[in-house]
Ligand binder design. Structure first.
Ligand code: FRU
Length: 479
């Protein structure tokens, strides 16, 4: 067992930590619960995906990172890159919060390319004894991967009237000739808002132009806005804090929603035609959208939500990201399904029409179909005394995931089951991606999804059993 050192919460990484972090990385690599095809932190805690982009022939994923411990501490931007969305190359820290204006962390934001450079926008977290002062910052990455902070930082300093210190998570995009920045905010009347800033083109000077109003409950604070046009429709992604449970929805600490409709920046409104939770599971938050190599809309989410104790914390790493998901809009509804590049890595499939199948892998895909007319079909993953379950009821049109049967309980305080509605009286197509302790379930090609962490005591020996005879088509991850 290596000697773990204590760190002050707001410690930033310096050259002096290199050796310790290298041993910590070796220590993490022994963990029994590491995934194969999900991005996870080399050490410490990973949260939101940041700066997602395809730039200079590669995919870039930055992420919120506290390298020293599996806790929320001083947030850096970690960086990993890939040519194909399958093989990732870790690049270490991209943004170290070592300046006075960002003394409590480099918080979330996104990236856009301009004049051959990648502009990285982030929130400079700045606390004072009288509360936070919101500050937004910019760093620029060149083609060699060198990141330089803007000498004009913080590029936005302070809050417009009517807001508290919590304003963060810049999402910048180009609309016509204008650059627009959306920011999540906590208004003085304790409601969540989106603030809009505009820039004519230098991306360093920004003018406040009001709010983007949403005709919905935005909780007390709204985090991580993201915007993108998908199949000719405007899609806004928001992560509100403080929504009360409503039927099947909003049972986690915080929620992430998509809104399909029309973005009208002139009137400062987003006209909502349809809205829903993006993912119906336990462990999904703060997703960010971006465009891939061919301009295709993609998304990664944080595979976690708020502060959750996890069984793997003792191994000194925590959380990860969802798989990259390809987005589409049909009939005003957002679908998200595994990006085709990653999907192509599941091979050597074994198919059976049966009630059980044994899988000698901790990284695989199960494809199945529950026919119409089945009141309740339960599919269990693991031994009967240590399993999680998927429950499908085609009659009432409900799909649920349940973690109660697991020996090692996960985040129990928030309940064992999540469920979502599907169209009743129809067969249901199911794809389940198991990646050791990371599981993503997709219903009907991504109409609905569940992200959930599970800690089976024997992750490498999976028995899948169903209460009815159904097709069980298993393919193994070969990436
Ligand atoms: C969302 C969030 C963001 C913030 C970041 C800090 O999970 O709280 O609002 O920028 O995480 O790590």
């Amino acid at each position: 067992m290596m000697k773990l050192l204590p760190f002050e919460k707001y410690t930033w990484v310096t050259a002096a930590h290199r050796e310790y972090l290298k041993s910590l990385e070796d220590y993490v690599s022994q963990s029994q619960y590491l995934p194969k095809f999900h991005i996870y932190p080399p050490t410490g805690l990973m949260n939101d995906p940041n700066g997602l982009s395809y730039y200079n022939g590669e995919y870039h994923v930055f992420y919120q990172w506290f390298p020293f411990e599996p806790n929320h501490g001083m947030k850096h931007w970690g960086h990993t890159k890939s040519k194909d969305l399958v093989n990732w190359h870790d690049c270490g820290v991209a943004i170290t919060p070592d300046q006075e204006y960002e003394q409590h962390g480099a918080y979330s934001g996104n990236a856009i390319e301009k004049d051959g450079l990648l502009y990285l926008f982030y929130t400079a977290n700045y606390k004072t004894p009288n509360g936070k002062i919101p500050k937004q910052a910019l760093a620029v990455m060149d083609k060699e991967g060198k990141v330089t902070k803007s000498p004009k930082n913080p590029i936005i300093d302070g809050a417009p009237e009517g807001y508290k210190g919590e304003i963060r998570d810049p999402y910048v995009f180009k609309k016509g000739e204008q650059y627009v920045m959306l920011l999540g905010a906590w208004a003085e009347d304790d409601t969540g808002r989106i603030l809009v800033y505009r820039s004519d083109g230098d991306l360093e000077s920004w003018q406040y132009s009001g709010t983007l109003d949403l005709d919905m409950d935005c909780g007390y604070m709204l985090e991580c806005p993201a915007y993108m046009e998908v199949n000719g429709k405007d899609v806004l992604i928001v992560s509100p804090m403080g929504l009360s449970p409503q039927g099947d929805k909003y049972h986690n600490r915080f929620a992430s929603l998509y809104l399909v409709g029309e973005l009208d920046l002139d009137s400062g409104k987003f006209i909502i035609e349809h809205q829903n939770e993006i993912d119906a599971g336990f462990d999904f938050y703060a997703p960010q959208t971006f465009r891939g190599k061919e301009g295709q809309p993609l998304m990664f989410g944080w595979f976690g939500c708020g502060e959750q104790p996890l069984h793997s914390d003792k191994d000194m790493w925590k959380h990860g990201l969802t798989m990259p998901r390809a987005l589409s809009v049909t009939g005003n509804k957002l679908k998200s399904f595994v990006a085709p590049e990653l999907l192509a890595q599941f091979k050597n499939s074994v198919s059976t029409e049966n009630t059980a199948i044994a899988v000698n892998s901790s990284a695989f895909r199960l494809n199945t179909r529950v026919p119409n007319g089945c009141e309740e079909t339960i599919i269990s993953f693991g031994d009967s005394n240590d399993c999680w379950q998927l429950i499908v009821d085609t009659q009432s049109g409900k799909v649920a995931v349940d973690r109660e049967g697991l020996d090692i309980k996960v985040d129990e305080e928030y309940g064992y089951r999540r469920q979502t509605a599907i169209k009743p009286h129809q067969a249901v197509e199911i794809d389940i991606f198991v990646d050791n302790s990371f599981v993503e379930v997709f219903i009907n090609g991504g109409e609905k999804s569940f992200s959930l962490r599970v800690f089976n005591t024997k992750p490498e020996a999976n028995t899948i059993s169903a209460t009815k005879t159904i097709p069980l088509d298993v393919s193994v991850y070969c990436g």
